[in-house]
Design a binder for this molecule. Structure first.
Ligand code: ADP
Length: 263
């Protein structure tokens, strides 16, 4: 379980990106974050693993406590898999080498410079097999398609043996069919391993089909929190403004799409 207690974020020189929010993410639940571009989704995801330090409030993780020390933050990050829109793989390295980087959080200092152990390689190969890429394990990552690269990103997160997955627009740059396959894979793995997931998406239909819960943000504030069954046209209009509310609810794409990630 991970919980935000009045967490808020204001970037220097900018308006409040995330207004004080109290959210509790239960173990094993697959939560989808919705919201227009700039609504605060990335900021919330980043606050959940300390990549962004809240300017108010704090994050608490079951079994670790309040994330207010470096040691606790490291312990939390070790078990938190991050998946990004742009994969963030090392193109010239093999799939196996990329996946092994997911284990780095388990080592400190000089040990990170040494070759991976046999057991870690086995673990990485198992993860690669699970995402259906075993035949590509020794290929350079930049030789793979976008969908395959995102599956490498999932395998890299899996070798962390995560209890929490935070995914920031993981399928935004993929074509619809590939996006669905990748999201379905991620969802299936999280469900079978009991991993808590918080995943931002811009596809409303995917959000409806894959979420246990939807949390929606607008201008940094939580404007919807509940199951997809409660997300009607009125709620969608509140999240995205007038755009999708006028179209058919089920196959509407939100108007403002985010195309980049923040460094
Ligand atoms: P979303 O993920 O929903 O698109 P973000 O969390 O990325 O929203 O952004 C929320 C707001 O914070 C936006 O106004 C954005 O411009 C601003 N913002 C995000 N990251 C930074 C940053 N590193 N520095 C300054 N402002 C930022």
């Amino acid at each position: 379980m991970i919980q935000t207690h009045g967490v808020e974020v204001t970037y220097s020189g900018n308006a409040q990106a995330l207004k004080p929010c109290a959210l509790r993410f239960e173990p094993g639940a697959f939560t989808v974050l919705l919201g227009a571009s700039g609504a605060g989704k990335s900021t919330l995801l980043r606050a959940l693993n300390g990549l962004v330090t809240p300017t108010g409030g704090h994050v608490e993780v079951e079994g670790i406590g309040k994330l207010d020390t470096r040691r606790r933050l490291q312990a939390h990050r070790r078990r938190t898999g991050m998946i990004f829109q742009q994969h963030q793989l090392i193109g010239r390295c093999t799939v196996l080498q990329n996946v092994l980087t997911g284990r780095l959080g388990y080592h400190s200092g000089l040990r990170t410079l040494l070759p991976a152990s046999r057991s870690e390689k086995t673990m990485a190969l198992e993860a690669i097999e699970r995402v259906g890429l075993i035949d590509h394990a020794l290929k350079r990552a930049d030789q793979l398609s976008g969908g395959q690269q995102q599956r490498v990103g999932i395998a890299r997160a899996m070798v962390q043996k995560p209890t929490l997955i935070l995914a920031d627009e993981p399928v935004a740059s993929l074509d619809p069919a590939t996006a669905e396959r990748v999201l379905s894979l991620l969802h299936g793995i999280c469900k079978s391993d009991g991993i808590t997931a918080v995943v931002s998406l811009h596809q409303l239909d995917f959000a409806r089909r894959y979420s246990d819960r939807i949390v929606a943000l607008a201008q940094g504030a939580v404007v919807f929190d509940g199951p997809a069954s409660r997300l009607g046209k009125t709620e969608v209009a509140k999240i995205y403004g007038s755009g999708p509310a006028t179209a058919d609810d089920d196959d509407t794409e939100p108007t403002p799409l985010k195309t980049g990630t923040y460094a």
